[in-house]
Design a binder for this molecule. Structure first.
Ligand code: NAD
Length: 285
């Protein structure tokens, strides 16, 4: 029976650590602030943004949620992004995705100042990550690495399989695993013999967006399984990409949904925001 990697526990620890550092900075007259921009009324986005504001409050980070209506133009949004870039009281800035169809996400992300890009989505931060330079790591894959490290098992030399190649999860996940010296296979919708490839994985990361996509027959005995998926099931509840109960019988470690990667993603955003404030005040790590 697999041991649970608790996102709740790890995220709480991380946020406590961030809160202590934020407190120290405050003692030195430095405040930490995150601005989150949301456009439209997507219910999931609203929930995510509320979660971010709650985490900021728990960490002593000031947060401002800027809400734009659905019909906002790209130029209006870009104007706000540029204003936040220029505002010295704003340390971290993120635009909640997805954006309405008439707005080009790429244009908006590219407009965020790399030094405030706490989501790690701008080309500058992505490029730095690729070549292993100091940067803001994207929160979800960074959180997954923390979860893997929490098991105490080495990543070095292990076979890792990532399912999904999105820019925000799958691709950076593969890069971060590679940076940890895993041998990585990145699978996607055109991958042949997916189950065979997955069965070879010591570390299996699922970021597909399909409930119960990873079944027990795809998992090697004793593997570590990280479930990034968040899917609203027919039962109205949240489910991951992994058939949790069956896979738990085979894996050595597994992350739950909810209570797994999602919470660590949020904690990593707090870490990045603190880091942004430290860098902007001349305190490099
Ligand atoms: P996406 O739709 O951008 O990417 C999905 C990927 O899955 C694609 O690269 C596609 O090639 C791959 N895929 C689809 N069908 C496949 C198949 N049959 N076989 C192999 N690969 C297949 O999604 P995303 O933004 O990467 O998100 C993936 C999941 O993770 C979603 O459920 C999303 O809600 C969740 N998510 C969770 C967090 C978190 O914090 N826990 C953060 C981001 C995304």
């Amino acid at each position: 029976m697999a041991m649970l990697i608790s996102g709740k526990e790890l995220a709480e620890k991380e946020k406590e650590k961030v809160a202590r550092e934020v407190e120290t900075l405050r003692g030195e007259g430095i405040r930490v602030k995150l601005v989150v921009i949301i456009v439209g009324d997507d219910p999931a986005s609203k929930t995510y943004v509320a979660g971010k504001a709650k985490d900021c409050a728990a960490c002593g980070i000031e947060s401002e949620v800027v809400r734009f209506p659905q019909q906002t133009t790209e130029e209006e949004l870009l104007e706000k992004v540029r204003a936040c870039n220029e505002d010295p009281t704003v340390n971290g800035l993120l635009v909640q995705l997805p954006l309405p169809k008439h707005i080009c996400e790429k244009n908006v992300i590219n407009a965020i100042a790399p030094e405030k890009d706490v989501d790690g989505f701008t080309p500058v931060n992505v490029g730095r990550m690729v070549i292993g330079e100091s940067c803001f790591l994207p929160c979800t894959p960074a959180g997954c690495i923390e979860m893997l490290q929490s098991t105490g098992l080495p990543i070095d030399g292990k076979k890792a399989v990532v399912i999904g190649r999105s820019n925000i999860v799958g691709k950076p996940m593969a890069l971060l695993l590679c940076a940890q010296n895993a041998t990585v296979t990145l699978c996607h919708s055109h991958t042949r013999d997916l189950a065979d490839i997955c069965r070879q994985a010591d570390i299996l990361v699922a970021a597909v967006g399909r409930e119960s996509f990873v079944t027990a027959d795809m998992v090697k005995e004793g593997a570590v399984v990280i479930d990034v998926g968040i899917n609203r099931g027919a039962d109205g509840k949240l489910h991951g990409d992994v058939d949790f109960s069956a896979v738990s019988e085979k894996a050595a470690f597994i992350t739950p949904v909810p209570g797994g990667v999602g919470l660590m993603t949020r904690a990593m955003l707090m870490r990045n925001t603190l880091e942004a404030a430290k860098r902007q005040s001349g305190r490099f790590e």
